[in-house]
Design a protein around this ligand. Structure first.
Ligand SMILES: [Zn+2]
Length: 83
């Protein structure tokens, strides 16, 4: 049994609880990629070259999440779909 943090209703023990993300912040991830390039040069054989690439990717980091009842969770999901 728990209390829904959104509507403050007591949820019966049989009901499942849902985690709802209420706050998130942008996060920049750094991805390191090592690429190996093989150059074929006639008469001189092959030459391997390693290239290091640092890629920046933006994502979201969860800052705060609350425990909500199924009703609130579905409501929130529906409102997110509209946007
Ligand atoms: Zn609720």
């Amino acid at each position: 049994m728990f209390r829904c943090e959104k509507c403050k209703k007591i949820v019966p023990p049989k009901e499942k609880s849902f985690l709802l993300v209420v706050e998130k912040r942008p996060k920049i991830y750094h991805i390191n990629i090592v690429k190996t390039i093989i150059k074929r040069r006639p008469g001189k054989g092959r030459k391997k070259k390693k290239i290091y690439i640092i890629k920046k990717a933006t994502g979201w980091e969860i800052k705060k999440e609350i425990r909500v009842c199924k009703e609130c969770w579905e409501k929130e999901r529906r409102s997110n779909e509209v946007i």
